[in-house]
Design a protein around this ligand. Structure first.
Ligand code: LMR
Length: 336
């Protein structure tokens, strides 16, 4: 049964919706390097009646600041663990940017010790405060955090695989930008699925499926794939100890939240790549192409065709995803 987020009256009119109910979006980790620009960009999505900003540090100032942007709806700040459930109460979409970033030399997996508890706490709070919400994580390591959250939601009887997402949009955003630049066309004109996961070799841009066609030899494809897979590390190294991607991540996260909202609003044909529970492969969680709808995932698109090299890379990433899922599930079980 779907427990659709707060079942509110159908009143609002927005350009891409005819008549819809009111909407609440909650951002967890809204005071951080990703959370602040993410919250600002989410303000641009039409039809949000309440934007709830939560963080462990004082949120009054950031909420007051953002509430002056000339957009419809109110912005409310919530501070500390005690205000997590009030921040989420009745939310339709919860997006989580809380957690520690990588430092140079670290792998995303190494963040699990610090960030696993974020997944546990937020999934528990979602189960209590807004069990019908669409829940989307930016927090790394995505490949483990999403399975952890799934397990916690299951334990609280609030799990629906169609409503839980790991946001991998930044891999698509980067692919569009790098390929667009290489082909001397606008990134907006580039369409490419990125499947697998969100760490190292699990990030698999299907360059063979790029539209327009990526014109390059085998070596160019390999270089481009490697650049996309290591783009997060490129930023971590460039920031030299001051964190990881925040602005491009906020751009990608806001795009994904907007797509979730468009789906909720009944817009047809919203296709995104995201990391979700899935029966498409032997890995229980994987990033693939999805159609979004009123209740989250409306349809799992089949895996796209792959070149011989992509198939080989795909076979290599599946055991990594399975291992990551097991680690995430174990973490949840130990925490419950
Ligand atoms: C990214 O891809 O930029 C993020 O996952 C952050 C990171 O640690 O690389």
């Amino acid at each position: 049964m779907f427990l659709l987020g707060s079942l509110k009256s159908q009143t609002k009119i927005a350009p891409w919706r005819v008549v819809i109910r009111t909407l609440k979006v909650s951002v967890v980790g809204a005071g951080g390097g990703i959370g602040q620009p993410l919250s600002l960009l989410i303000r641009r999505s039409p039809g949000i009646d309440e934007l709830a900003l939560h963080d462990l540090s004082e949120m009054k100032g950031i909420a007051a600041d953002l509430s002056h942007v000339s957009q419809e709806g109110k912005v409310i700040g919530f501070t500390g663990e005690v205000e997590l459930e009030p921040a989420l109460s009745g939310a339709d979409v919860v997006v989580v940017a809380a957690g520690m970033p990588r430092l140079p030399g670290m792998l995303r997996d190494q963040l699990m010790a610090a960030n696993g508890s974020v997944a546990v706490k937020v999934a528990t709070a979602v189960s209590n405060a807004c069990p019908g919400a669409l829940l989307a994580f930016i927090t790394n390591p995505i490949n483990m955090i999403v399975p952890t959250a799934a397990e916690v939601l299951k334990a609280h009887g609030a799990y629906d695989p169609r409503r839980l997402f790991g946001i991998t949009t930044l891999d698509v955003v980067r692919s569009k930008k790098f390929i667009g630049d290489a082909m001397k066309i606008s990134p907006d004109k580039v369409n490419i699925p990125v499947i697998g996961g969100h760490a190292g070799i699990t990030i698999l841009p299907l360059i063979s499926q790029c539209q327009p066609e990526f014109k390059g030899g085998r070596e160019d494809v390999q270089k481009m794939t490697h650049r996309i897979q290591e783009a997060g590390t490129e930023v971590v190294n460039a920031k030299a100890g001051k964190g990881s991607a925040t602005l491009s991540m906020a751009f990608a996260g806001a795009h994904f939240v907007d797509s979730l909202l468009r789906g909720i609003g009944g817009q047809e044909g919203i296709i995104e790549c995201a990391f979700v529970a899935s029966e498409l492969t032997e890995a229980p969680f994987i990033a693939s192409l999805l159609e979004l709808g009123k209740y989250g995932i409306k349809r799992y698109l089949p895996l796209p065709p792959m070149s011989v090299n992509e198939k080989e890379a795909f076979e290599k990433l599946l055991p990594v995803l399975k291992q990551n899922a097991n680690e995430g599930i174990d973490f949840a079980r130990k925490s419950l």
